[in-house]
Design a protein around this ligand. Structure first.
Ligand code: OSB
Ligand code: MG
Length: 374
């Protein structure tokens, strides 16, 4: 496909409620969208980097720079046949995976439109509906958390994930388990604990959690494997897994028994599929993580979640949990069974509301197609 132009935008979208993790609070997202134009079609990609380099070393600003000055020109100089060629095109650039995923995913999005098939099918998806969970941020108090859980369960969500950190963990799990002994419950520490907390973490076994996500260092395999030996509860790695090689190492070392796949963290659809396949071949279930995406990233997460080994509920939930108004049409909704039903329309299955995107844009740059910038 000929690349006629790439338009990079930054949008500001306030969250309907603040989201607190062990590394900080987010109240407004600064979202980068790439619009890749090719032969009359437009592919969209969303960058999942945070406003600060807290989750990973990337941020909205580093990704903007790398896409605009490095990856965008590299892509515009090529005529890729499909998204699967992007890892080769971007090979020279180290790291910057969320920046790479922004463009690679836009090419897959384009390819599905060109082929006239749903993106989910292009990726090798098999599920018609995907199970959904919610990730609930750290709250000011346990009663406030209980109220939120009650609402999310009533909406049908199949799994509740609680963000945790020292001081917001066992007492919280205890209160939640007392009220709801049967629900599927997990927790995510985003690397808030250290090895000296091992005895404390072993205490999490008492709460029948589906998994404990990334309790230790963000770049670790070894100490997670030591901790896993002491735990009955499966560990799940998020931050540590960047590619298929990492997944294989983690599985081999038994650093985790479950893998969270995020498109941005693994540099896009190609590597996400490779991680998925490696885990599937070894009997390790995966699920799709979230990064407070707007509709574009959300649509891509939904398509990815249709692959066969996505057997656990993902952090892929309804648009309305995040935004007053999402930038896609229709918005993402979750049915009473806690599922998102997959669209059989060609492409990503959700139209981008270009007028709204334009209205929310705070900066915009074009690569190659200068005449396209209004
Ligand atoms: O670790 O899964 C995480 C949000 C921002 C950064 C990291 C994480 C998260 C979430 C939110 O858990 C998931 C969502 O998009 O709802
Ligand atoms: Mg996580």
């Amino acid at each position: 496909m000929r690349i006629d132009g790439i338009i990079l935008r930054e949008l500001h979208l306030p969250l309907v409620r603040p989201f607190e993790t062990s590394f900080g609070v987010t109240t407004e997202r600064r979202i980068l969208l790439a619009e890749v134009r090719s032969e009359g079609l437009v592919g969209w990609g969303e960058c999942t980097a945070g406003e600060h380099p807290y989750f990973s070393g990337e941020s909205t600003d580093t990704a903007w720079q790398v896409i605009l000055n490095e990856l965008g020109p590299m892509l515009a100089a090529e005529t890729p046949e499909n998204g699967g060629q992007c890892p080769r095109i971007f090979h020279k650039i180290r790291g910057n995976r969320m920046a790479k995923a922004t463009l690679e995913n836009a090419i897959w999005d384009l390819e599905a439109q060109r082929e006239g098939i749903p993106l989910a099918r292009l990726l090798g998806g098999v599920h018609d509906a995907i199970p959904c969970g919610v990730s609930i941020g750290i709250q000011p108090s346990i009663p406030q958390l209980m109220e939120i859980i009650e609402r999310e369960l009533a909406a049908g969500y199949q799994r509740i994930k609680l963000k945790c950190k020292p001081g917001w963990d066992v007492d919280v799990f205890d209160a939640v388990r007392n009220r709801w002994p049967e629900i599927t419950l997990s927790c995510d520490a985003n690397s808030a604990y250290r090895l000296r907390d091992s005895d404390h973490l072993v205490g999490f076994d008492a709460f029948d959690l589906l998994m404990i996500e990334q309790p230790l260092w963000y770049d670790d395999f070894f100490y997670h494997s030591m901790l896993q030996k002491r735990l009955n509860t499966p560990l799940c790695l998020d931050e540590s897994i960047h590619n298929r090689r990492d997944a294989l190492a983690a599985i081999e070392m038994e650093s985790c028994k479950i893998i969270n796949i995020k498109l941005g963290r693994v540099s896009g659809f190609s590597e996400a599929i490779a991680v998925h396949n490696a885990a599937m071949e070894r009997g390790v279930p995966v699920w799709c993580g979230g990064m407070l995406e707007s509709g574009v990233g959300r649509a891509h997460n939904i398509a990815l979640s249709t692959l066969p080994n996505f057997t656990l509920p993902g952090d892929v939930s309804a648009s309305a949990r995040y935004w007053k108004e999402d930038i896609i049409e229709p918005e993402v909704t979750v049915n009473a069974q806690g599922e998102i039903v997959i669209s059989d329309a060609p492409g990503r299955g959700y139209e981008v509301r270009t007028d709204l995107v334009e209205k929310l844009t705070v900066r915009k740059e074009a690569i190659r197609a200068f005449e396209l910038v209004g």
